[in-house]
Design a protein around this ligand. Structure first.
Ligand code: FAD
Ligand code: DHB
Length: 391
């Protein structure tokens, strides 16, 4: 096979880039390690910035998101038994977020690729990028059963998430890694129950963090902070609901509707950035290059900003023969990535109870929360970051 851009990974980053480039007449092939059902079975992000939504519109896959996604003007932070509203719309001069699940968004992107006859190869094993160091033409190889296949291309884009093959193919002496790991996890439950609140509630409680989120008015998504030793099997539905209720403010605890979980999983919390995001003819985008703890809802949104820069850079290259965007991709993408990192780290420190915190840390966290709730400037800074900084 011959294509212009060979993409590794059919998560939101890979599919969105493929769809956007296709609409500009640029050919792509996407290689995905898992089956389509597996990709669509992952329950992850739920909160989208408008910048992301605009990209979905540009990719002509936004009809369902625009019809079914919920616009949220704000959310609550619960602390010390009180709820404090973060008025996103008022504080940012009209900006909001869209609550629409990553699963749905990925399905929309797949349907877009299907409509246009886009090539997405599933169950591709041993995907390997070759000759991307500028000597010769890049190509990808992969295995389907016994047969090894080859895709020749101009560029390779690694959209293969944190555990993918792209980043680790870059020479060790080129890549600089920045990382911090938090000594806590998130246990998430999806249940077919009406959400306890129309808007999200982030809870800082002495028993640990909790989050009440949703996918629709009949589908709730809840999280509680857990330990790194916890296993999903240790958490029966009854135990989960009891722990969530114990952390909620009284009004929410009294009205929450519980029910059987339809998905339950544990996610570790990590901050990670790899620099640079380009090595010669290999580009990294999304979780392949950076990970945030989920608290600030930045992960998917940071992936979208990478795709925005890379998409425009590729179009400039193919349409105008202008390589500036490609040459500046890493620098531009990383400038925004680091702002998302800062915000996610800050929100994570603000809202969780850390097992290694000392009295000073605890008093500082309380002071940070008191300051936030009493300062419009601090609230505005939170709101500006949560709705997403401009691309
Ligand atoms: P991925 O979604 O990881 O996709 C990578 C793809 O590459 C996968 O399909 C994988 O199978 C494939 N792949 C991997 N290795 C290979 C290989 N060797 N060969 C071929 N294919 C390969 N973000 C937000 O913005 N808002 C939120 O509210 C939010 N909530 C979250 C909640 C949880 C519990 C979690 C875990 C994450 C959350 N995130 C959130 C983060 C968000 O889900 C990720 O940032 C997003 O999935 C990144 O998309 P991606 O396409 O870059 O990577
Ligand atoms: C969800 C996940 C998040 O990390 C977050 O900050 C908000 C919502 C969610 O899955 O709904």
């Amino acid at each position: 096979m011959r294509t212009q851009v060979g993409i590794i990974g059919a998560g939101p980053s890979g599919l969105l880039l493929s769809q956007l480039l296709h609409l500009q007449g640029i050919d792509t092939v996407v290689l995905e390690r898992h089956s389509r059902d597996y990709v669509l079975g992952r329950i992850r992000a739920g909160v989208l910035e408008h910048g992301f939504a605009d990209l979905m519109r540009e990719a002509q896959v936004s009809d369902r998101m625009d019809a079914e996604g919920e616009i949220h003007d704000g959310f609550d932070i619960a602390y010390d038994g009180k709820r404090h509203r973060v008025d996103l719309k008022g504080l940012t001069g009209g900006n909001t977020v869209i609550v629409y699940g990553q699963t749905e968004l990925t399905r929309d992107l797949y349907e877009g690729r299907d409509r246009m006859g886009g090539v997405v190869v599933h169950n591709a094993e041993d995907v390997t990028p070759h000759a991307f160091d500028g000597n010769g033409s890049p190509y990808l190889t992969y295995r389907l059963g016994e047969a090894v296949h080859r895709v020749d291309c101009d560029f390779i884009v690694g959209c293969d998430g944190f555990h993918g093959v792209s980043r680790t193919s870059i020479p060790k002496d080129v890549l600089k890694e920045f990382e911090t790991v938090y000594p806590i996890g998130w246990l998430g439950v999806l249940s077919r129950t009406p959400p306890v609140s129309k808007e999200l509630i982030y809870v800082n409680h002495e028993r640990g963090f909790a989050l009440c989120s949703l996918r629709s008015q009949v589908l709730s998504r809840y999280y509680v902070q857990c330990t790194l030793d916890d296993n999903v099997e240790d958490w029966s539905d009854d135990r989960f609901w009891a722990e969530l209720i114990a952390r909620l403010p009284a009004d929410a605890a009294a009205t929450i509707v519980t029910g059987p979980s339809i998905e339950k999983s544990i996610a570790p919390l990590r901050s990670y950035v790899a620099e640079p995001m380009r090595y010669r003819n290999l580009f990294l985008a999304g979780d392949a290059a950076h990970i945030v703890p989920p608290t600030g809802a930045r992960g998917l949104n940071s992936a979208a900003s990478d795709i925005y820069y890379l998409y425009h850079a590729m179009v400039d290259h193919y349409r105008k023969g202008d390589a500036t965007g490609l040459d500046r991709y890493s620098e531009r993408a990383l400038a925004r990535v680091w702002k998302g990192q800062r915000f996610s780290w800050w929100m994570t420190r603000l809202l969780h109870r850390f097992p290694d915190a000392n009295d000073f840390d605890r008093r500082l966290q309380k002071t940070e929360l008191d300051y936030l709730f009493s300062s419009k400037a601090a609230m505005r800074s939170l709101a500006e970051n949560y709705v997403g900084l401009p691309f």
